[in-house]
Write a protein that binds this ligand. Structure first.
Ligand code: PMP
Length: 356
């Protein structure tokens, strides 16, 4: 076996439980109904000629830029937010640099940061799992080169206020501050208008969640045109596949689909919150398409019992500060009927308080 780089040898392996996911999949925060029919129609019209060509990213970047109200030079299309994170790390990190990651959060920030050999500084949230603004501000120093913040966050669902994000942007003008808005459509607030004001701000968006296109691997990184010129240097011109690019316009154009789906998710979120409150189960107020709840040891049996009823939910016990927690993705009205019925059968006796 060849000897990998030191940074790679030191990395943990990450294997999300993606196999055998049969039934109602409320375990990966995906869209639970599938994409807009307009995207499917476009997919069916793809020709052999389109498949034979290398993908051309720029027209898609112009489309997204118009949708977001920024210029095309301020947008880089990526192979999901995952690639956007990877590219930011490639562009800005090397040995001895520091990356600040408030935890608990999405695993890929740490993984891509570790690959570069940079030092990962995690800042743990308090029990309320809100964004630890004071801890992040005091961790910033001259070596800080990237700060990764998901808002709304995963697995907590908590959003960080614009005021707190601006505090971080101002305190670290020498660092790339990534605000990952993967769950924007379930929340509705964005920092995109601040792109021209803060040169160190990057925003990530994805088609994997509300748009129902996780299999496409399509995301966008938004930032100042000068910074994105550097990020483009480390990106492959071919990383976003041509089929996803061909369908992007239809995905963005079907506003009714997106509106209906996100409205159902918001409604389902409230329904689940009410049930959890009624049962006295600890949960965290979410602005995303999932809810994190604490069941303690009972979670193991809960996950199993839900699985027996054909519903997959995710054990998040291993996330820092999330001992005993389970994360449940929110689905449509009918799917929530199914979930809530199963929850009522399974959840009896777990006690706690809600964090509002
Ligand atoms: N960011 C966050 C905060 C996420 O929770 C996820 C998915 N779990 C992603 C990014 C991944 O997005 P993509 O599929 O676009 O790579």
């Amino acid at each position: 076996m060849l000897k990998a780089r030191k940074a790679v040898l030191e990395m943990k392996e990450y294997h999300p439980p993606l196999s055998g996911r049969e039934g109602l999949r409320l375990d990966f925060n995906e869209n639970t109904v599938g994409c807009s029919p307009r995207v499917l129609a476009k997919l069916r019209s793809i020709t052999a000629d389109q498949l034979a060509r290398y993908p051309e990213r720029e027209p898609g970047e112009r489309t997204i830029a118009a949708f977001l109200g920024v210029s095309a030079a301020q947008v880089l299309l990526t192979n999901g937010v995952d690639e956007a994170i990877h590219l930011l790390c490639e562009c800005y990190l090397q040995d001895d640099d520091e990356v600040i990651i408030p935890t608990p959060t999405f695993s890929m920030y740490e993984i891509y940061a570790q690959q570069t050999g940079a030092k990962v500084i995690t800042v743990q949230a308090a029990d309320d799992l809100r964004f630890p603004v004071a801890g992040v501000l005091s961790a910033i120093n001259a070596r800080t080169k990237v700060i990764a913040i998901a808002s709304p966050n995963n697995p907590t669902g908590a959003a960080t206020s614009e005021e707190e994000l601006v505090q971080v942007l101002k305190a670290a003008p020498h660092a790339a501050v990534l605000v990952d808005e993967a769950y924007f459509e379930f929340y509705g607030r964005t920092l995109v208008p601040l792109i021209s004001r803060y040169a160190n701000l990057f925003i990530a968006r994805t088609f994997s969640k509300a748009f129902g296109l996780a299999g496409f691997r399509l995301g966008a990184l938004v930032g100042s045109s000068d910074n994105l010129r550097m990020v483009r240097k480390v990106s492959s011109p071919y990383s976003v596949n041509g089929i996803a690019l061909a369908c992007l316009g239809e995905a963005l154009a079907d506003e009714a689909y997106l509106h209906d789906y996100s409205a159902q998710v918001r409604e389902g979120r409230e329904r689940l919150e009410k049930v959890l409150e009624g049962k006295g189960i600890t949960y965290w107020k979410s602005e995303a398409n999932f809810i994190l709840l604490r069941l303690g040891e009972a979670r193991i049996q809960f996950v199993e019992s839900m699985k027996k009823r054909g519903i997959l939910v995710r054990d998040r016990n291993g996330d820092p500060g999330c001992g005993g927690c389970v994360r449940i993705t929110i689905g449509t009205r009918e799917q929530m009927d199914q979930l809530l019925k199963a929850c009522s059968e399974v959840l009896d006796g777990s006690k706690g308080q809600s964090h509002r």
